[in-house]
Design a protein around this ligand. Structure first.
Ligand code: ATP
Ligand code: FE2
Length: 314
């Protein structure tokens, strides 16, 4: 079996994972967090440089028989992508390994297929930067709908930052929402299969209600928007499986709402474990394996980054 090392560094998480065939031998990560602020690229880059050698050595477990190194080449923060790419190039030279650059968004989708029984699903990719409804159609991933302004995770994090919840705010909002009881009427913004969150972010700043009720109402509103666009995509494509990916998909309320919608229309709902939803290197190693088996490697000289690549350009 070919042993593959995956390296993730697109944003807040520096991760490394080892894949042997279909089995992950390790999946190690260290994520930037903050008590008060958001994600400042230079501070995140400092974090990654600090944890890099520890994460890599824990993931490698002393092994040197690495044949392929896959790294997240796109999209993400230039500051942090460069760190993963540099580590990948250095280790490729050291181990005499082949290099594969992969797209982080596609990795979020493909790991869901590996970890569940999904065959040909509509994907809801709900993460920090991205909120997209995607399906594989005629040889490539097509985006049927997406956010018109910010990703749902960035929306939650921006709201949380204003309330002093720190970064990432999503899990804290989920915990507070459990204590909320009152549903506040909030802007609901769906256009076809697209969504937008900017108006909602402005509106909630003007509210003078208990934070628990605001969190509850925010979740009910934005997740209803996401469920609506997923249902429309299922109807449009005629597919009968929904697969969740991305960090926001860790949210149990979102999972329950998606599951109810699928049940009502006789579709199958899939969601992998949390460790494969938030940024992780296992998904990079896995997409690296798929890419390597198709013969797509890059030389050390060519192994660069592409911070703005879109899912439908791959
Ligand atoms: P992208 O994949 O678009 O580049 P990313 O890599 O920053 O974005 P992920 O690691 O996939 O994103 O997801 C991080 C986001 O998930 C953060 O915005 C975080 O607040 C959110 N998140 C994590 N857990 C939860 C939760 N339980 N409920 C809601 N949001 C959550
Ligand atoms: Fe991500």
């Amino acid at each position: 079996m070919v042993i593959i090392l995956g390296i993730e560094s697109t944003a807040h998480t520096f991760g490394a994972a080892l894949l042997d065939g279909e089995t992950f031998l390790s999946n190690v990560k260290d994520s930037f967090t903050s008590e008060e602020e958001g994600m400042i690229p230079a501070a995140v880059a400092d974090h990654h440089i600090r944890v890099l050698s520890d994460v890599l050595s824990k993931a490698l477990q002393g092994r040197t028989d690495i044949e392929v190194i896959a790294y997240s080449a796109s999209p993400g923060l230039g500051h942090t992508l460069r760190i993963g790419a540099a580590a990948a190039r250095a280790l490729a030279k050291k181990f005499g390994a082949k290099l594969v650059g992969v797209n982080h968004c596609i990795a979020h989708l493909e790991i869901g297929k590996k970890e569940t029984t999904a065959k040909d699903p509509v994907f809801l990719y709900a993460s920090g930067v991205n909120t997209q409804v995607i399906a594989f159609h005629e040889g490539k991933f097509r985006i049927f709908g997406e956010t018109l302004d910010m990703g749902v995770g960035n929306f939650l994090d921006s709201f949380g930052r204003k309330k002093g919840l720190g970064f990432p705010a999503g899990p804290k909002i989920e915990a507070l929402a459990k204590k909320g009881t009152k549903l506040i009427d909030l802007p609901y913004s769906v256009k076809g299969m697209d969504t937008s969150f900017g108006g909602l972010l402005t509106k909630i700043e003007t509210l003078n209600e208990p934070l628990e009720d605001v969190c509850y109402s925010v979740q009910e509103t934005v997740f209803a928007m996401l469920v609506e666009v997923c249902e429309r995509a299922l109807a449009f494509t005629g597919k009968n499986e929904l697969l969740l990916g991305g960090g926001v998909a860790c949210n149990k309320r979102l999972q329950d709402m998606c599951s109810s919608m699928c049940k009502a229309r006789g579709a199958i709902f899939h969601v992998p474990a949390n460790e494969f939803l938030v940024d992780n290197a296992a998904m990079i190693a896995w997409l690296g394996k798929v890419t390597y088996e198709k013969g797509n490697t890059v030389s050390i000289e060519q192994a660069g980054i592409n911070p703005y690549e879109r899912t439908d350009e791959v």
